[in-house]
Write a protein that binds this ligand. Structure first.
Ligand SMILES: *Cc1c(COP(=O)(O)O)cnc(C)c1O
Length: 444
């Protein structure tokens, strides 16, 4: 199947080209030309399948033979080797916990799928030079990408994060790895980190000397596997004999990648009545839905750092899939909450519904309370484990929040961090000289 660029539908690429380059040459995002609709019988039978079986079948339909079936089978089974429970809370709310992967945030599925697919393409092209993956992060993306590519031969990962703005646990999840993962602390903001990476992709000299790749959700390889969540939630509801005619998903949004995946699932035939997109105070998409005008702004820091995006990367994909503003308004209800409202919601859900939400999941939970109509079934996508922001969570609920073993492992490791001023010359030199030439500073 061909993939077209949202900037120019005349430009198309193969799956391999789309996944290995990330962005189209004209700056657009790739979308499938002709996504198949799943047979009704398949949708019904999903409730009898394991998550891995279901995900593999959907991936095989969606990719239409572009990846050999045995390879695709291994990629999916390997990327999804953990549970995604659909929890029914004390008050009867449905919460899909997407955070049981290795770094305990929902990006694990997308980045693991992408890493394994790139590994396959690399094996087919022994002539390729080392892949250098550059990721700016406010916490979750860096750790998910770094862990997915850790120890993978022929790949180096550079994680750029803003000094003082990433939690200790989140930082440990990429800074404790070492090996092919370099953690770079930038003396600047998250937007500065993003700008450094964007400049690197445009720098001729760097691109001549090194093969650079983005692992951001602009890459279609991260969008495909996120569709599985939506199908899985539906299949679990069917299995529990819940009426699924009026299914509504609430999605915590930042770069809109997860929402784009939901829209693709819907186009493949998943019966979703509507989506609820929920942002924090970085409410760029909310403003677009209300006004029809898309206006990026500088990123504001919040207590839900993974939602801090001032320019949602996947906006063009959402618009491309829906066609226009009117269709978007019909299919997506938008909400936005500030820190005070997030804290209120965490306290309220813990007290009244006996469920501990992390700040990212809390926005979605709250929006469903406002948006859901009688007779509708709402599913909150919970995107991160509350212990990832342990100190903050303990201050909010005034109780200890124990650290799961998966997170303890990172925190107890030794940190390898390279400190860098906020300047492109320094970043370029660091990349060109190779991180091994620069002694990594140990960090207490
Ligand atoms: C990345 C992330 C989001 C936002 O997902 P997008 O696909 O960028 O919209 C929400 N919650 C958590 C915990 C995340 O890490």
């Amino acid at each position: 199947m061909r993939y077209y660029s949202t900037s120019n539908p005349q430009h198309t690429a193969t799956l391999e080209q789309a996944v290995t380059t990330g962005l189209a040459p004209d700056g657009g995002l790739y979308l499938p030309e002709d996504l198949p609709r799943l047979p009704k019988a398949f949708l019904h039978n999903m409730s009898q399948m394991t998550m891995q079986e279901m995900a593999y079948a959907i991936a095989a339909y969606a990719l239409k033979g572009d990846v050999p079936t045995d390879v695709l089978h291994d990629i999916v089974f390997d990327a999804l080797d953990f549970e995604i429970p659909l929890v029914k809370t004390a008050k009867g709310n449905y919460i899909l916990e997407l955070f049981h992967g290795p770094t305990m945030a929902f990006k694990d599925v997308g980045t693991r799928f992408m890493a394994r697919l790139l590994k396959y393409y690399r094996m087919r092209h022994p002539e390729w030079r080392t892949l250098n993956v550059l990721v700016p992060t406010s916490g979750d993306t860096g750790s998910a990408v770094a862990n997915s590519f850790w120890k993978m031969p022929g790949v180096n990962v550079y994680v750029l994060y803003p000094r003082g703005a990433v939690g200790v646990i989140q930082r440990s999840q990429f800074a404790s790895l070492g090996g092919n993962v370099t953690a770079i602390e930038v003396n600047g903001s998250f937007d500065d980190c993003k700008t450094l990476v964007e400049r690197a992709f445009m720098d001729e000299d760097l691109n001549y000397n090194m093969r650079l790749t983005s692992a951001m959700s602009i890459n279609y390889a991260r969008i495909i596997p996120q569709m599985f969540y939506y199908f899985w939630a539906y299949a679990q509801l069917v299995k529990q004999q819940v009426k699924t005619d009026n299914l509504v998903f609430a999605v915590p949004c930042s770069n809109l990648g997860n929402l784009a995946s939901g829209l693709l699932a819907q186009q493949m035939g998943l019966p979703v009545k509507r989506f609820v997109s929920v942002e924090n105070q970085n409410n760029i998409f909310y403003n677009y839905v209300k006004t029809g005008v898309f206006t990026p702004k500088p990123t504001q820091y919040s207590i839900a750092p993974a939602l801090d995006a001032g320019c949602p990367n996947n906006f063009e994909r959402v618009l491309g899939l829906m066609g226009n503003h009117k269709n978007i308004c019909r299919n997506i209800h938008a909400y936005s909450y500030n820190d005070t409202q997030i804290i209120e919601t965490i306290k309220q859900a813990y007290r009244d519904d006996n469920y501990l939400l992390d700040p990212h999941s809390a926005v979605a939970y709250r929006a469903l309370q406002e948006d859901l109509q009688p007779g509708e079934i709402g599913v909150t996508l919970a995107t991160a484990h509350p212990a990832k922001l342990k100190t903050l969570m303990e201050r909010i609920i005034d109780e200890p929040v124990p650290l799961p073993d998966k997170l303890k492992k990172f925190v107890n490791g030794e940190m390898h961090i390279v400190k860098m001023p906020n300047g492109f010359t320094a970043f370029k030199r660091l990349l060109l000289e190779g991180h091994l030439a620069i002694p990594a500073q140990s960090f207490a």
